[in-house]
Design a protein around this ligand. Structure first.
Ligand SMILES: CSC[C@H]1O[C@H](OP(=O)(O)O)[C@H](O)[C@@H]1O
Length: 366
């Protein structure tokens, strides 16, 4: 996507040396656009766990480059397996991370150690290119959904879309998933407006989705997480589109905490609730998402404190809870398929069900 007219991907290799991995430090957005130069595997692991880089498809792509960096230090089998396991363990919920590491290992294990670095960078670059193409296709398949809503609306005027967390281009290599259809609809002249859930506790919506949409000129309004149901009750939401970190073979959806509650409100108000995802986010080995998907428990300090720009312009954190109050911080929840209107993938739209997914991915229908 473009920032101030300059085209960027969320992860890229420094053209100066074709080895250093460049990402944006997402903990500094929207106040500062800082590029991080990653030269060691450990730096990549830290960037993922600290959420300097986040978003299911993007952490997979960055971890792939992390393994390439690791091989520059030691390309032998033992080191490669150790570093791959370390990267895969950085965050448990997004299946893209495990998928990317497994794909890299499948490519690298058969090679001689001395051939692995070059091959790793090439495979990581392929993963990135495929993510961009998949997300652009998701955008097109989601665009037709927005177009059908525009036609069906009794009154002309704004199409109001609600989204949760950040599933934009900064959560992927480019385009995004949930936001891709919105960018395309906006660029085609549709009058779209986005209700942006702030998405406590880390405020990916308020800080990242609002920043992305504003940079692209898409009208949007930041709301507290608990406002969505009220807006739906009053007919102010035409469509909900969210991203996801893992979809089961039956269509259950793991996504940022709070998504399940949004889906319940959408069901109760007959608002279409769609989930956008590349097929790298589908976990074909899991059926019951609520029981089987591991939910990342993050630090309580993300709940007890909030980060933002202080009066002096510096980025800081303030405590918002009593010091002796405990805090819990499950980072994701699972929305059962029965609450999901449908899935938007790079191959098209389908019902959130085994049959729907097999219709688009027949090779997975055993
Ligand atoms: C395009 S996937 C985005 C997905 O990832 C986010 O999680 P996090 O910010 O913790 O990496 C969130 O669940 C988004 O929906």
């Amino acid at each position: 996507m473009k920032i101030n007219g300059v085209q960027y991907r969320s992860v890229r290799v420094d053209p100066e040396d074709n080895r250093t991995v460049l990402i944006f430090d997402q903990t500094r957005l929207p106040f500062s656009l800082d590029v991080l130069r990653l030269t060691e595997c450990g730096q990549v692991a830290h960037a993922i766990t600290s959420m300097q880089v986040r978003g299911a498809p993007l952490i997979g792509a960055v971890a792939a480059y992390g393994l390439a960096l690791a091989l520059r230090t030691d390309p032998d089998d033992v080191a490669m397996e150790r570093d791959a396991a370390m990267l895969a363990a950085t965050r448990p919920t997004a299946i893209n991370l495990r998928w990317a590491i497994d794909r890299m290992l499948a490519k690298l294990r058969p090679l001689k150690p001395e051939d692995r670095v070059e091959a790793a960078y090439a495979e990581a670059a392929l993963i990135c290119d495929e993510d961009v193409a998949q997300n652009e296709a998701i955008g097109r398949h989601g665009l037709s959904l927005i177009e059908s809503i525009a036609k069906d609306k009794k009154k002309t005027g704004t199409i109001n879309i609600l989204t949760h967390c950040n599933a934009g281009w900064i959560a992927t290599v480019d385009w995004g998933t949930a936001l891709a259809p919105i960018y395309m609809a906006h660029d085609m002249g549709y009058d779209v407006h986005v209700w942006v859930d702030e998405t406590r506790p880390r405020n990916q919506g308020a800080a990242l989705t609002a920043w992305e949409l504003g940079s692209h000129g898409v009208p949007h309004t930041v709301i507290v997480d608990n406002a969505g149901g009220h807006l739906m009750q009053h007919g102010m939401v035409d469509l909900v589109i969210v991203g996801t970190d893992r979809v089961t073979a039956q269509g259950d959806v793991a996504n940022k905490i709070g998504t399940y509650l949004k889906a319940l409100a959408a069901k109760d108000n007959n608002v279409p609730f769609w989930v956008a995802l590349p097929s790298t986010t589908i976990d074909w080995t899991v059926t019951d998402g609520v029981r089987e998907i591991p939910i990342e428990e993050r630090a309580a300090s993300e709940v007890t404190h909030v980060a933002g720009q202080m009066e002096d312009g510096l980025i800081g954190r303030v405590r918002i809870t009593p010091r002796d109050s405990a805090a819990a911080n499950p980072a994701f929840d699972v929305t059962p398929a029965r609450l999901v209107t449908g899935l938007i993938t790079e191959r098209g739209r389908c019902a959130a069900s085994a049959a729907g997914l097999h219709a688009l991915f027949p090779e997975q229908a055993t």
